[in-house]
Design a protein around this ligand. Sequence first.
Ligand SMILES: Cc1ncc(COP(=O)(O)O)c(C=O)c1O
Length: 392
Amino acid sequence: MRYADRMSQLGTETAFEVLAKARALEAKGKTIVHLEIGEPDFDTPATIRQAAIRAIEEGFTHYGPSAGLPEVREAIASYIAKDRGMTVTPDQVVVTPGGKPVLTFSVLACVNPGDEVIVPNPGFPIYESAVRFAGGTPVSLLLREDRQFRFGAADIEPLLTPRTRMVVLNSPHNPTGSVLSPHDLDEIAALLRDREIFVLSDEIYSKILYEGAHETIATRPGMAERTVLLDGFSKTYAMTGWRLGYGVMNPTLAKHVARLATNVYSCATSFVQRAAPAALHGSQDEVRSMVAEFRRRREAIVEGLNAIPGVRCAKPAGAFYVFPNVTALGMKSAELERLLLEEAGVAALSGTAFGSNGEGYVRFSYANSIENIREGLRRFEAFAQGHVKAAR
Ligand SMILES: Cc1ncc(COP(=O)(O)O)c(C=O)c1O
């Protein structure tokens, strides 16, 4: 059978493939330390679960509007207005099953074939995938370790062409944990605000931040109308399997995105949406304690990795990933990913899963218990020592 040409343009997230391989090894009796998948190991807070259970029991099991339930759009608008310090009206909000549809739909709604989109490299692989699927061309913005994987307007400016339609920002960043400073955002906004360019600002890790307060480029003068702010519940409230996210954008784009939703899934699950106001407007104590625990794990993993010969690891400012430099181990990142899994029983991701500039790095997710992180480090160290000796 023949399949559509466009399928060859669609990428993937190898985290799910490594997870499947790891599970297959576990089924054969091997123990694996899971440091591959980006999901909090905590349970969703009880008050949020109860709100959804109540919604099911009240019969909240029917279709809703494609842009989201009105009261949920309202709750998200008031939350973002307060949290980010900007004016937001409910017609700017689209509620989606996870944050991912905001990403793909805003690219489909804004990018024509031949248009260029500047994407961080290394970066979340779905940006590039969505751009190619839309017929666009991803243009790599190099994130450098010696700059703490941050960038500014001076890095973006040389990449701009008359075909540039969108710039993707992701702060805190997957896979490096870098965070753009308020000054970086000011500069980038000043560069872009007078051009016909959208900004996709992926803020899914906005609350997983270890220093300072999160800021969005959408608050900079002239930026609200051209920014798509992506956020959601997966990471902040440990709700990955619920599939609940949202985008905040200008009302015209919100209508386009909602029409794509009508075509693809009609609406985000109604009773799941009813958990959103409970999450956003309820107590944030559990979020604070999850972040405190991530901070403790960050210390342990950064210290542990830097103690391994041949590994150099910068301390990330946000998210729950580390992106150590492993070039001194003398093997390709993809090979290291394979050997770590098969020989050491540690599931991690090759830096190249996040773009060509990820060569020489691997990504570990520290959304796992401190005991498992320590075991993963112990296994990695034994593996690295064996291979460094063998290479000599
Ligand atoms: C940078 C980034 N954006 C978006 C997402 C999508 O999250 P979800 O669709 O679960 O809300 C992820 C998930 O890993 C991510 O790392």
